[in-house]
Each structure stands twice: as structure tokens, then as C-alpha cells.
Design a protein around this ligand. Sequence first.
Ligand code: MG
Length: 318
Amino acid sequence: MKNPRHLILNDIGELGAIERICRLLPHSGGKIVCSTGDDCAVVRTEPNAKYDLVLTSDAVIEDTHFTSQASPSAIGHKAMARVLSDIAAMGAKPEWALIDLVAPGKMRLQALDKIYAGATRIANRHGLSIVGGDTASGRNLQLHVFAAGTVSRGRAVLRSGATQGDLIFVTGSLGGSSLGKHLHFTPRVKEGLFLNKWATSMIDISDGPASDLRHLITMSKKGALIETTKIPVSMEARMMDDGTTALDHALYDGEDFELLFTVRKDMAVKFLAAWRKNFSLRCTEIGQITPEKGVVRIIDNNRTARHLKKTGYQHFER
Ligand SMILES: [Mg+2]
């Protein structure tokens, strides 16, 4: 057992780090509707406010989230699209963003212009205004984005709202995002706004559905049963050809930035009909919420159930 004074981030992993930080922060009360533990924090400026604000921030770092091969406009796109995806996961409308740029002084101005062009293009497409930020010199390129959105008071879709029997859905297809989707994905903002009316809980898939579904059921104090044959495995996941099965790519890769959400079972038929009327994007039911707190089980082709233990991507791991 290591002396606690010698513990480092790698000893506790990203989730351990988040837990440790959360213990130091206020959770609710006053003007805070919901702070840590969701895709965005939800705050209310006054008790009778018509809207709640949702707040999120995200860092995109060279050699962690992109390599030096990535195009500057794709880096700008990714940084902005990630916060848009978090706002989408609350069923909220994106409003404002700030970007902090950390970059080495030798970076070309042309690259700088392209980063902001990429960020602005995707922001404009979703009605998000970039209203400022900061710049600092650093050894490698980093974009830190803070964004705010609005949602009718009390209507933010939280991770904690799933109830037993709700059906679990995902948008789009999953896996193999490292082949390109992680830099060029479309944040599901329109879909998130539509889902505000239907979803009992929601999260965006950043760490992989295995891991993100676990976050959702943990916050909902429930369990989940998913069926492997229903998982919408992407073409890219099938193309990876690296010894990992396409299904495992779909479950564990992450950075799909699709939405994973639950809908009441008795509303599911109506919901899917409404979805198809509004979107051509695929929406797939993959399983359902169970009462077994914290347990995710998965049924494969031969109908044997096993516990889904492996989780997706985590920062601070050896
Ligand atoms: Mg998220």
C-alpha cells in the first residue's frame, strides 16, 4: 500500500480524480440546480427565471485528443463540437462560448486562422456565439472551451432520470472513430433539443457506450441490460482490422459523440415514429433499464448474459 502522500493521478485514474475534485465542490442549493456528475452543470440565476443555464468546459490537447497530423480547422471543429455535444446531451440550446488558446509562439498565423475558422463554422451552424477567451504560450497546442446554453426551467435532461423498464437508445452508429470521425463528427444538437420532450435521461458518448451507460445508470441508481445484436456497429469499427472485434470497438472506443438516452417503454412506439418523421439519422433501441443498481449486463447472440465490466477510455492511466 502506497503512502497517501506519494499517490499520483495515475494511481486513481480519471474517474478517481473526478470523484476527488467533486468532494471539494458544492453540489446543489442556492442557484445551483445540478453541479458535477452530468454533461453540463445546471444553474438558475433567480428562482422564477424562465430558463436555466447549462455550463460546460472541455480541453482539446495535442498528442492526447489529436496528433500533429490533424488539420488546424479540424482541431477547431473538434474543440467546439465537443462542448456542443455536451449541451445537446442536456436537451439544451447552445448560446455562448469562450475559447482559451494555448500555443507555442512558432505556430503559423495561417494555422491560427484555420483553427478559429473551424471552430466558428460549427458554432454558427448551431447558433452558438464565440464571445471571447484568452491566449497563452505553451509547449503544445491546446484549446480550452467554455460554453453555456439555455433550457426551459427545470427541463434539462439529466443522467439521473432513468427509471426501471425505460428503453435505452443510441443515435447513429458506434466504434472506430479514430479513423476520422473523432475530428469531424456532427454534434447532435438538433436531436438533443427534440429529445428534450422524450428522454428521461441522456448522456453523450465520449468514452464509449460501455462506460457512458455506466455513468448514466450510476446517476440514475439503476442497472441496464443491453443486447449485442442490437448495437449499431459502424462501418469504421468493422474496418479497424486490429485484432479487436468490431463489437468491442463499438462498445469501448469512445469519441463517437452520439447521444445515449432512455425513453419510457410505453412511449417508445410513438417516440420512434416522431423521430423518423424528423430525422434520417439512425436511432436504435439497444436494451433496457433494470433494477440491479450499478450492474450492466450484456446478452450476446446465444442469449447468454454476462456482466459488462470493461470500461472505455480514461485519462491518467498507466
Ligand atoms: Mg458528455
